[in-house]
Design a protein around this ligand. Structure first.
Ligand SMILES: C[S@@+](CC[C@H](N)C(=O)[O-])C[C@H]1O[C@@H](n2cnc3c(N)ncnc32)[C@H](O)[C@@H]1O
Length: 185
């Protein structure tokens, strides 16, 4: 899907808004209890809702460019026991509404392929990460296009100054994803 608007936000939220990969990846990430976690392209906020109980003293910020998606995310957060701790901000990856060096962890769960300018988005991620911070990229079903596409993706991360520190395939039933945990150099 290349066009995101209010209609596609509602379609996505109804069909994939609680997709299992959010839960699998959120559970697999190492987080400190006081971490500041930013989810770029947060969709319905399901990854942040999942990780919230593990960061009782931290901050949880969901960022998405679609106002309708954020409305849905706020509605779902309001129904969640930890949801009141999640703040949602409107904006694209290419212009993150965050201060420099303000995040410990940035999630990009099934979102990086939807950014309009991936290099600009990755520059923004590096800007907002604190020293020692981590970008966690998740792609549902791994990288489409096989080994060459995966090499190209990893090279793109490296060009952006990101080093892959951990790569893990996660699966549950017929749902699978690959997770890369990257540090900024
Ligand atoms: C496939 S959905 C994934 C949502 C959520 N992370 C999940 O895994 O359920 C892609 C998301 O990227 C968002 N998006 C679209 N363009 C974007 C951009 N330029 N920067 C950041 N997010 C964007 C969409 O609004 C949508 O919420």
């Amino acid at each position: 899907m290349s066009t995101w608007n209010a209609e596609t936000a509602e379609w996505y939220a109804a069909k994939y808004g609680e997709y299992a990969t959010n839960r699998l990846a959120a559970d697999a990430v190492d987080v400190a209890a006081d971490a500041v976690i930013v989810d770029v392209g947060c969709g319905t906020g399901s990854a942040l809702r999942r990780v919230a109980p593990r960061v009782p003293a931290g901050a949880l910020i969901g960022v998405d460019p679609l106002p309708r998606m954020l409305e849905i995310a706020r509605e779902r957060a309001a129904q969640d026991p930890s949801g009141h701790r999640i703040e949602f901000r409107e904006g694209p990856a290419e212009h993150l509404p965050l201060d420099d060096s303000s995040a410990d962890i940035v999630f990009a769960f099934d979102s990086i392929d939807h950014w309009q300018d991936r290099a600009a988005g990755l520059r923004e991620v590096c800007r907002v990460l604190r020293p020692g911070g981590r970008l966690v990229v998740v792609k549902d079903g791994g990288v489409p296009g096989g080994t060459a596409a995966k090499r190209a993706f990893l090279a793109e991360l490296a060009r952006s100054g990101l080093v892959v520190m951990r790569e893990e395939d996660l699966a549950e039933g017929d749902v699978s994803c690959t997770m890369w945990v990257c540090g900024a150099v």
